[in-house]
Ligand binder design. Sequence first.
Ligand SMILES: [Zn+2]
Length: 262
Amino acid sequence: MRTVVLDPGHGGSEPRALSTPHGVRGPCGTQEKELTLALARRVRAQLEPHVRVHLTRDTDRNVSLEERAALARRLGASAFVSLHANEGRPGERGCETWVHPHAAPPSRALAAQVQRALARVIGPGRGVKSGGLALLDPARLGSSTDACMVELDYLSDRAAERRLRDGATLDAIACALAGAVREHIAAAERYGKTLARVLAAPQPSPCAHRYEIARSALPSSTALVKQHLGGMAAGKVALIIRTNEIPKGGEVDVAGCGGLRR
Ligand SMILES: [Zn+2]
């Protein structure tokens, strides 16, 4: 069974290395540390029992960024998702998802999937961003863990805070996040983590994922495929895989997409 580590940002009342205790505080007093824990518990409830879920903290305590990443590494987690809320000028809104500049393509795929899912609930997003966050450093997490960090919305904005305090909204966000993580794990199982590499190019549609797979690594039949063969290095193919079109247990012969380069 796959393991997912959810990381509710901040916690407790003492700083721990680079992890501040309270995080952002909304105009009505909502603390980021409370919001992230409430959400992490909801996401866990959505993912279990099909996925083993660990929280970096399940109480109001702070954990250093190193320890958070180390837990994911120790458990050999397939995915690590850190939960935060943003702070900015009044009126600034929108979700964003972060990856480390050294992140491997599967982490970027996870981030893209999470960002799309969040934007559907929270509203127009600010996209996937890259930054040298210690928490997401592949050198700390290990190569088997795909990792991203989400900034749900601007807790500093009164309207955003009101939404994030609402239990039904949190449930919807949890459902979206859990769905994105489940999809990501399913794709990794279907195509093989080291073989399937998501291309950095813009996604052709919100439900499609572009994978680059070595021709020799293609399974004899590949679930649902649309061709996208231009500009690829020899020996590679690029496939557009529409996850929402994959029939349960169904497979489409990859030869059907025509013109595969060898
Ligand atoms: Zn934070």
